[in-house]
Ligand binder design. Structure first.
Ligand code: ADP
Ligand code: MG
Length: 627
């Protein structure tokens, strides 16, 4: 008589199989135990490792502890105090709770548990190894729970062999602790490896926690992000462009209080830094999502760090736009008049609807950088308003350049500064009346070394690099033109010929439309020859064939990529050539115009290639210098 073939696996074997999913390395043990301590309401959690956790992992907490029965029960499969019915699986705070961790750990290691509740006089001590209960006693223990996990994978040699070097395993443990510490700043964490302290962070605010974990410098390089829409709420901070690095940037996403990996959202954040940092570099960020748990699926990956969202594309847009907004109006780039809205205003839409267009910067539409002003000094005055302003001013000293070189040294710089800020430099008082009429925000500045505009603003003294600021202003203007209709072109008396190689010529051919939207009139004469017959109104002073060649090179540098990149290259090359140069002496009105226009830009703080356009010397620092 043949025997039946199917039989149930003993629990110990089933647990070992389950353990394979949950427990892969020392770091998984640490993660599960530390998360349990957090759930138990601990305010202090200590982790101690020997040999990167191979021989010993100890997690000690001061949480609520367990009763004798609970202590025994906690090692049963699917034993959990955290969910009661299947509906709970989908509710906010219980994802990831399946009552699998402790039985899995106990299946592949030798575990000692010591635990006591505050209301009990004595605690419970349990020894369990390879799923086998070895002893259970009553003993003196401090309130809280102390898990000791010895000889991980002692009974699964194959798994033991798969462990990496101590350094790698240790790094994984550190990473797990960091992730948990970053969502629980109100809990103190410490980590000791072979009795050496590696982490010791006290209770703190979130910002302090980041600093304690990753250093003060990083803490100072972060900008706050906060956005609240009906599908997602994101809070946290992102690094300033200067914090970018090739490797090892601290990038963290959390959702509903748990760490998650999300390569797609990572791209959204990095996208916001396009042209502000080199393409291969990354910026640190710490972003905390809150979403309705019914709109995410946490079970797509066994270790639950990969999470699927229902509205991924919409969230991508929200994320990208909010980070960009923060960078554009960043705190280190504070404002002449821009503290109106710290929070980006992002439309909310449901996943069924079409995606909203990317946010548009507010741009002065009357602004024409090519409009010639009365001045003949070669500087291409970027504002039409100047013409108006000069009418009332011509002939008076008002708004004329102040040449520092001409002043006796002892007068500098304080006398100039103070006289500039008071009305006596402007004998013709009507300038200020005119200013008021035009609602100038910047009225108080002077030029330093023919290169920087010094202005005071809300929080301190600001130095604007005039060339870089102008590059930013013109760049945004050209980018806008490249998307629109053709700008006015100024015919040239004698067309200039441009001789190009075959590859250049084919790119040039494809860019002719873009050139004409910028106001160039260029014809293909065949055989690699192009005739420049007209240039944008206002760049007449520049060498047209050099300018066009530079722009072509700018576009080709980005060769083969998106139209956007090509436009970026062209606009940047043109802005660089057309921007006012170092040494260009500016009038008060011109300086103010630059400053005002700069802060109307979408990204005032940086040039399109990521260089600072201005710095602020904070009031506090100024005061410190006089102490
Ligand atoms: P889960 O966390 O999914 O509930 P675990 O296997 O990790 O499953 O833990 C089982 C149960 O043991 C928990 O629900 C909790 O009641 C109890 N427990 C585990 N660790 C602790 C601890 N450090 N302090 C108090 N109770 C704990
Ligand atoms: Mg658990």
């Amino acid at each position: 008589m043949a025997e039946d073939l199917i039989h149930l696996l003993p629990d110990s074997v089933a647990n070992q199989i389950a353990a394979g999913e949950v427990i892969q390395r020392p770091a998984s043990v640490v993660k599960e135990l530390v998360e349990n301590s957090v759930d138990a309401g601990a305010t202090m959690i200590q982790v101690r490792l020997t040999d990167a956790g191979r021989t010993n992992i100890q997690v000690i907490d001061n949480g609520k502890g367990m009763s004798e029965t609970d202590a025994r029960m906690s090692f049963e499969r699917h034993a959990t105090s955290k969910i009661r019915e299947s509906a709970d699986l989908f509710s906010l705070y219980t994802f990831g709770f399946r009552g699998e961790a402790l039985p899995s750990i106990a299946a592949v290691a030798q575990v000692e548990l010591r635990t006591r509740r505050a209301e009990d006089e004595l605690g419970t001590v349990i020894h369990i190894a390879g799923s086998k209960l070895e002893s259970q006693e009553v003993d003196m223990c401090p309130v809280g729970t102390n898990f000791q996990v010895k000889n991980l994978f002692f009974n699964v040699p194959a798994r033991r062999k798969f462990l990496k070097s101590n350094q790698t395993e240790l790094n994984n443990v550190i990473a797990e602790i960091e992730r948990i510490a970053l969502v629980n700043p109100e809990i103190a964490f410490s980590l000791y490896h072979n009795e050496v302290e590696l982490i010791n962070v006290q209770q703190a605010t979130l910002r302090q926690r980041i600093q304690h974990l990753f250093g003060k410098k990083l803490g100072q390089e972060l900008l706050s992000v906060e956005v609240d829409t009906s599908i997602v709420c994101v809070k946290g901070c992102v690094g300033i462009p200067e914090s970018a690095r090739k490797k090892g940037a601290h990038c963290f996403f959390f959702v509903n209080g748990r760490y998650m990996r999300h390569p797609y959202f990572h791209k959204a954040v990095m996208e916001a830094y396009t042209h502000l940092i080199p393409a291969a570099e990354q910026v640190p960020y710490f972003l905390y999502f809150t979403v309705d748990p019914s709109r995410i699926d946490v079970n797509i990956h066994p270790t639950k760090t990969e999470i699927k969202f229902e509205d991924e594309q919409a969230i991508w847009q929200i994320l990208m736009a909010s980070v960009r907004e923060v960078l554009g109006r960043s705190n280190m780039a504070p404002s002449i008049d821009f503290d109106v809205a710290d929070c980006p205003d992002i439309p909310v839409f449901s996943s069924g609807e079409a995606l909203p267009p990317p946010p548009k910067p507010v741009v002065d539409t009357s602004y024409n950088p090519f409009k010639q002003s009365g001045a003949s000094d070669g500087y291409k005055r970027p504002s039409a308003c100047w013409d108006e302003l000069y009418k009332g001013v011509e002939g008076s000293q008002v708004g004329r350049q102040i040449k520092f070189d001409a002043l006796p040294e002892e007068d500098l710089p304080w006398d100039v500064a103070s006289s500039m800020s008071s009305a006596n430099v402007c004998q013709g008082e009507h300038l200020f009346e005119e200013d008021d009429a035009l609602q100038y925000k910047c009225t108080d500045c002077f030029q330093y070394k023919g290169r920087y505009i010094v202005a005071s603003q809300k929080s301190g003294l600001m130095l604007v690099d005039q060339h870089r600021a102008h590059v930013r202003i013109l760049f945004e203007h050209y980018i806008k033109q490249l998307g629109g209709q053709n700008a006015v072109s100024q015919g040239m008396l004698f067309p200039e010929m441009l001789e190009l190689s075959a590859s250049q010529a084919s790119v040039m051919e494809s860019l002719l439309d873009d050139f004409s939207s910028l106001g160039f009139d260029i014809s293909n004469m065949g055989g690699g020859s192009f005739a420049i017959q007209g240039v944008p109104d206002g760049v007449a002073g520049l060498n047209p064939s050099r300018l066009v060649a530079d722009m072509l090179a700018g576009a080709m540098e980005k060769g083969g990529v998106s139209k956007e990149e090509i436009h970026h290259g062209m606009a940047l090359a043109m802005a660089r050539s057309a921007a006012l140069v170092v040494g260009e002496v500016l009038s008060l009105v011109e300086m103010c115009d630059i400053v005002d226009k700069l802060f109307m830009c979408e990204m005032p703080a940086y040039t399109p290639d990521g260089k600072k356009t201005y710095v602020v010397l904070e009031d506090g620092e100024v005061e410190k210098m006089f102490r």
